[in-house]
Design a protein around this ligand. Structure first.
Ligand SMILES: Cc1cc2nc3c(=O)[nH]c(=O)nc-3n(C[C@H](O)[C@H](O)[C@H](O)COP(=O)(O)OP(=O)(O)OC[C@H]3O[C@@H](n4cnc5c(N)ncnc54)[C@H](O)[C@@H]3O)c2cc1C
Length: 418
């Protein structure tokens, strides 16, 4: 493995740094110690930041030029992500649109859909969300129950989605529905683009442990979607969803993500707080910091392994699942050590000077163990795909959904997404 940039990559990195410096005054930045920004309260600035970056050629790096992208490589995309983190620019508001919805429209959309949506998506003129999970189908995604019934030139949609990140600020979503319950569960699905402002769409934010509301319940009551907004053929929704899920895997676990900044924050926090702890707590806190830093190094080197696959032109396979798993474990250990360093203040929502970042981070991290494939599902994928262990039983693959083929294993859990 060669961890250094090639001369081309170094030149590209220097160009990206130059552009970020030149546009610094127009971009939103995360404050010291912060790691994320709430989309609802900073929606306008986040949209503006993405537009500025898009105009500078720093968004849609791997998208083809004909779709408004830069025609670049996954390594270049990872370099941009690293430089944005270094410059403390928050994640793009339309990261789900760019990472998952846009690539799905590119692969399965009509020319009109591409023309209508892609350029606006890159500039965050429209924000997108992914409407897949339901109360009774997450890992077992293909068991979903939201229906779409053909009515003239439209489809009429009824049902409920849940955990829909960004639905509260989204203009469009990709929506997976059941259009034929008499076929086996993977075969009776159809995908659509849905206008989130259409009559009958209700978005209810879900308040999380840390107080913020990043994701939502979304209800569909007789929502009409024109047939021209279908993505792929009727009954081909699973094939279309696999495009989204494969891109989700690369977006979450596949490209140069690093938790370097949170570790630096932890070490600075340890320098400050350790002396105030009594001897026993100091020993435990030191061990927690040590464990977290080791886990972060493991995540970093797993990340370099993915990076090497990418720079040699490959697509990450199980490395992406391993990357998400190691990154999640490390991030949780970092947050736990940060809270432990607070001593008695750990039981408070914030320290006396109002600092709540460690408690807040510890509060939202469990969600990362679930989003885009749970830790258990990722371990199943690694067991089957890397270790060659026997696969899980999948008894309902051929049974009609309406006849009971609805409540067993499949979907994200069968390794088709991370
Ligand atoms: C922060 C966050 C953001 C999200 N954003 C979105 C979004 O934008 N759009 C969207 O559609 N969804 C989103 N989700 C939903 C997410 O994809 C699902 O929560 C996830 O796939 C798990 O599904 P579930 O919640 O139904 O849990 P379940 O699938 O019911 O799992 C419950 C438990 O059973 C375990 N389990 C399930 N199947 C297996 C198996 N085969 N083997 C071993 N263990 C298993 C799981 O690991 C878990 O511990 C988000 C979730 C979170 C937490």
């Amino acid at each position: 493995m060669d961890f250094d940039d090639t001369p081309d990559e170094a030149a590209f990195r220097a160009r990206v740094r130059g552009l970020l410096d030149a546009h610094a005054a127009e971009l939103l930045h995360v404050g010291p110690g912060e790691e994320s920004i709430d989309a609802r309260s900073h929606e306008a600035e986040l949209r503006r930041t993405q537009r500025v970056l898009a105009e500078a050629g720093l968004v849609g790096i791997t998208w083809a030029r004909e779709h408004g992208g830069q025609g670049g490589t996954l390594v270049q995309q990872a370099i941009v992500a690293q430089e944005l983190a270094r410059a403390r620019v928050p994640g793009l508001i339309n990261h789900i649109g760019i990472g998952m919805c846009g690539p799905t429209v590119i692969a399965h959309g009509s020319d009109d859909q591409k023309q209508c949506y892609l350029a606006r998506l890159l500039r965050a003129d429209d924000v997108w969300c992914q409407l897949f999970s339901e109360p009774a189908s997450g890992s077992d995604l293909a068991a979903l129950r939201t229906t779409a019934v053909r009515d003239g030139d439209d489809w009429v949609v009824n049902g409920q989605k849940v955990w829909t990140t960004l639905a509260h600020v989204a203009d469009y979503g990709i929506l997976l529905t059941r259009t034929d319950p008499d076929r086996p569960k993977h075969a009776g699905l159809t995908m659509f683009v849905v206008d989130m402002h259409a009559p009958g769409v209700t978005v209810r934010p879900l308040r999380q442990l840390g107080g913020q509301a990043d994701f939502n319940e979304v209800f569909f009551d007789d929502v009409r979607i024109p047939d021209s907004e279908r993505l792929g053929e009727p009954g081909e929704g699973w094939r279309v969803a696999l495009t989204t899920l494969m891109n989700e895997r690369v977006a979450i676990g596949g490209a140069g993500t690093d938790i370097g900044q949170p570790v630096e924050n932890l070490v600075a926090h340890a320098r400050e707080r350790l002396p105030a702890l009594d001897h026993d707590r100091q020993v435990l806190a030191r061990q927690a910091v040590g464990r977290a830093v080791v886990a972060a190094l493991a995540a970093r080197y797993t990340g370099y392994r993915r990076f090497t696959v990418l720079s040699q032109g490959g697509l990450p396979g199980p490395e992406a699942s391993a990357g998400k798993l190691t990154g999640t474990i490390a991030a949780k250990l970092v947050a736990d050590a940060g809270v432990r360093l607070l001593g008695d203040d750990a039981v408070l929502a914030a320290t006396a000077d109002g600092d709540d970042r460690w408690q807040r981070t510890q509060g939202w991290l469990p969600g990362i163990s679930i989003a885009g494939g749970t830790d258990q599902v990722l371990r199943n994928i690694l067991g089957e795909r890397v270790l060659g262990l026997p696969p899980e039983p999948r008894l309902d693959k051929a049974a009609p959904f309406s006849g009971g083929g609805s409540a067993r294993l499949g979907g994200r859990a069968d390794g088709s997404g991370s």
